[in-house]
Structures are given as structure tokens and as C-alpha cells.
Design a binder for this molecule. Sequence first.
Ligand SMILES: Cc1cc2nc3c(=O)[nH]c(=O)nc-3n(C[C@H](O)[C@H](O)[C@H](O)COP(=O)(O)O)c2cc1C
Length: 184
Amino acid sequence: MIRILALSGSLRAASSNACALSAAALLVPPGVTIEAYDEIGELPHFNPDLEANLPVRIVDLRARVGQADALLIACPEYARGIPGSFKNLLDWLVGSLEFPGKPVAMINTSPRASDAQAALKLVLETMSATLVQDACITLQRLGKQTDPVTIANDPVSGEALRHALTALVDHIATTSSECRETLP
Ligand SMILES: Cc1cc2nc3c(=O)[nH]c(=O)nc-3n(C[C@H](O)[C@H](O)[C@H](O)COP(=O)(O)O)c2cc1C
């Protein structure tokens, strides 16, 4: 079973980013699960002094990242940047053993939000994520309020999500078989 951890950068209950991730969860191929991480709003502020005695929520966050084969991120743009709560989550993963090399796909739900996407890409690359380019997509949602089933069934958005998931799963399958081949 391939496990994908979905991270929405919005805390809003009616978040269009969380909605797009839920739509992706409806479209997963057989043998793949998408689990949503929904505790971003509960994380303590990042403080390097706490690295020696990590808060329980951070231990849990890092464990869930470690157990995932890939991360699927959908993050809005706030004031042309990454929302503070999401950057806080990323900061907690900078010093982790679980994050470097992790395959990541980014879903941008708004073509206008190019500054935040560029900033996010830079941060993720700096953190040594493996960005799966073919799995990074922009949906023409523009913050439209809708529901996951409508997005999943939309011929354009649904197809783009399917394409992203296939590219991400192909990447995971390829790299895990490469790992097996290099084992003694
Ligand atoms: C405080 C704030 C700042 C925003 N700044 C931008 C911005 O700089 N550029 C942009 O394209 N959208 C901006 N937006 C719009 C959000 O990115 C947009 O509403 C997005 O859909 C929110 O994501 P969500 O639906 O997942 O909560 C801003 C929204 C808020 C609340």
C-alpha cells in the first residue's frame, strides 16, 4: 500500500485547498491511500530550543511524515507568501530525519498565487524535498467554493488531479524499485 499524506496550508473550514486534497483522495488508484493531516493549527510555534525535547505533536507530525511515501501539498497565497501556520509546520520539519528526500507534489488551486508557489518551491528544495515536477499542477479553481465530488468529477480539474496522482505514484514505484535493486 502506498501512503500519501495530504497537507493543506489553509486553516479555513471551507478551504478550497483542503477541498482539492479531498478531491484527490477520491481519485486515488487502487493500492494508494491519502490521509489528511489536519493538526496544523494545533502545532506550537517553531522554536529550535525545543528540538532537544520535542512537543508530542511534533513527534507525531514527524512520525506521520516518516510513514508516508509522499506528501501532497495544497497551500494558498497570503500577502504574496506562504501562510505563517504552514511555514511553521515546514520549519518543524527542517531539522527532522523524516523529511529530506521525501517525494512532494504541489497542487496550486489558484493561477494567481504564483508568488507563494515559488516561495514554497524554494523552501521545499532548501529542505531537500524531492519535488516531483510532473505531479505539480495548477487548478483553475481561483478559490471557488465547491465540494470534493464536484472537483473530482470536473473534466479538467479531475483529470489534472488524476495526472498528478499517477505521476506521484509512478515516481514512488520507480524509486522504491531502484532502492530494492541497490540492496545487497
Ligand atoms: C489574508 C489574506 C491574504 C491573501 N493574499 C493573497 C495574495 O497575495 N494573492 C492571492 O492570489 N490571493 C490572496 N488571498 C486569497 C487566498 O489565497 C484565496 O482566498 C485562497 O483560496 C484561500 O485558500 P483557502 O480557500 O484554502 O482557504 C489572500 C487571502 C487572505 C485571507
